[in-house]
Design a protein around this ligand. Structure first.
Ligand SMILES: [Zn+2]
Length: 332
């Protein structure tokens, strides 16, 4: 049976036109009216395929002339080789290796090929999906003032899991959006819900991309500003991580049924029957609950994830206040 990724990937390949870039699974369009360059990433994690049909739909509309956009826009498909194997990555997590010296493996070579596209971006939106279902679509990135304006103006999701700027995702790694932010430009990740086709990612992603292009055109034309568009939209609900539960033992197991943004109350029992006790450390929403695959003997397939769950909660103060010092340091 044909892999469900074959058809949308073939559709993308038929439209592909890398323009000034070397990476072949790139669609580049230059409307010739202004130079604002929008870059959208799809499938940087191979099995997070849900945004690909949206990228194909917008690329097709641009190529046919059904959608007019006067600036530059580039879409890329990050890791289809892993996607065709239903895997997040083949050798290295691509969304960790946008470092100065990427490893000499499949994903390291891909990061090298994608960097020139990211270097050219005036705004970069990276489209991802979560492993499990999510009660909320959400943005996830450290706070960045210009990024906040884009996120608010785009209205693709009202929830942002954020943290102070200047705090690396983890030392010695570099995500694609982080790579763009490190150059002082907006780089943002949108989590579209449960990975795969048919969970609603397509429509949300297509609307977000179309709005991104429309905003870019109107801002470039001088008929509005990003700040005006942001202020006209409702502000985000900003949430931050308040607890990380380490995957401290291979005996730990969550009870079934948790998804992203399941509400929990402090002290609530989270463990499956017959497993060591695990209780919610605080009130909030559970995110990134982990149910790792098990081998035929019932033991987890290793390596285990670093955390079995995380709890996020709404911030007490707006990030512009709570992170003022970090923002001043990062943005000058
Ligand atoms: Zn991802």
């Amino acid at each position: 049976m044909s892999h469900p990724l074959h058809a949308p990937l073939a559709a993308f390949d038929a439209l592909a036109s890398p323009g000034p870039f070397a990476y072949p699974r790139t669609f580049h369009h230059d409307g010739g009216q202004h130079s604002h360059h929008v870059v959208v990433g799809s499938m940087i994690h191979g099995d997070e395929v849900g945004s690909l049909p949206a990228v194909v739909a917008v690329a097709r509309a641009l190529a046919s002339g059904a959608l007019a956009y006067g600036g530059k826009v580039t879409f890329f498909v990050g890791n289809p080789e892993a996607g065709l194997q239903d895997r997040r990555f083949l050798e290295s997590d691509l969304n960790r290796v946008f470092v100065d010296e990427p490893p000499d493996d499949h994903e390291g070579r891909r990061a090298r090929a994608l960097k020139p596209i990211l270097d050219a971006a005036d705004v970069f939106i990276d489209l991802h999906q979560t492993i499990l279902a999510s009660r909320e679509r959400f943005w996830i990135a450290p706070f960045q003032t210009v990024g906040w304006h884009w996120v608010r103006a785009l209205q693709a999701s009202s929830m942002w899991i954020t943290r102070s700027p200047g705090t690396a995702f983890s030392t010695g790694t570099m995500c694609a959006d982080e790579y763009v932010r490190a150059q002082g430009r907006p780089g943002l990740t949108l989590e579209l819900g449960e990975k795969g086709f048919g969970h609603g990612a397509e429509a949300v992603a297509e609307a977000a991309i179309r709005r991104l292009l429309d905003l870019s055109d109107r801002i470039a034309a001088g008929s509005t500003t990003l700040e005006t568009e942001a202020e006209a939209a409702p502000d985000l609900t900003f949430v931050e991580t308040v607890h990380r539960e380490p995957f401290g033992s291979s005996d730990l197991a969550l009870r079934p049924g948790f998804v992203n943004f399941t509400p929990v109350t402090a002290g609530e029992s989270l463990h499956a029957d017959g497993h060591p006790p695990l209780h919610a450390a605080t009130d909030g929403w559970l995110v990134f609950p982990k149910y790792p695959p098990r081998d035929p003997s019932g033991a987890y397939v290793t390596p285990l994830p670093g955390e079995i769950l995380r709890i996020v909660a709404p911030m007490d103060a707006h990030p512009t206040v709570a992170f003022a010092a970090g923002i001043a340091e990062a943005e000058g």
